[in-house]
Design a protein around this ligand. Sequence first.
Ligand code: 3PG
Length: 315
Amino acid sequence: MVNVQCSMDKMKVLVATEKPFSKVAVDGIKEVFGAAGYEVVMLEKYTEKSQLLDAVKDVDAMIIRSDKVDAEVLDAAKQLKIVVRAGAGYDNIDLAAATAHNVVAMNTPGQNANSVAELVFGLLVFGVRNFFNGTSGTELKGKKLGILAFGNVGRNVARVAKGFDMEVAAYDAYCPAEAIEAAGVKAAKSQEELFETCDIVSLHIPATPETKQSINYDLVGKMKKGGILVNTARKEVIDEAGLIKLMEERTDLKYLTDIKPDADAEFAKFEGRYFATPKKMGAQTAEANVNAGIAAANQIVGFLRDGITKFQVNK
Ligand code: 3PG
């Protein structure tokens, strides 16, 4: 372990959140840094990248959410030693550039998982009740839910689904079937099987070169009549053109998403079958903000003071 805090200079931490944390989370973050004797600067709701470039100039550490940290930001952040993504997905950090700049990148896995999982059911109840338009919808009870990727969020989705009395199946290319079955969930043999056999599929895969545009015409086209696709993961995993073509052909399918697609205007023509939250809301609860924000703050202190690199993602 390396002690990075070698001088007596006061460490300066930037909290750069275009989508701000709740006040209670910000207070908690400030308390952690206050106790460590660090200075905190806040950059919230910023609209231009130049504001971020300016704010990172003299900071030793930063906490971000979906805020983009690319080579340009890292170039500008001459003192930066660590960036922590308060959340699960770190596709918004250029990991190679972070390594090249000698900056440790971390995430806070699991901290906002319950919040995202609860939103899945918010979207689903809204979807099966026909967007609350007054017509008769359906219940979730007895329906088969397919969970694609059985990580922290997927596991929480499975737990809540059981409360709705749903049948639950999952597929995860990196999680053995035994581990899925041990959680009381049926393990599908492939993602194709998951789409073929479930009434609803909820996506929990990260955006990686392998998953980008992997949710495509052929895969979603395997869903049964009346199928619902829920996306609280990333817009990049969807082949938008393919899904639009499919929804034109299959007027029974619904797409509910927490991440506005690039082709939002085109999807909007599927009235009553398409819904996108105006802003990503999955992790936007006081509890998730507190959990992820304070974990991020503690990870920064742990690294700067004691050299702890648990949760580093750019090894
Ligand atoms: C995550 O990866 O943790 C979620 O997508 C939440 O993202 P957010 O912090 O931007 O809301």
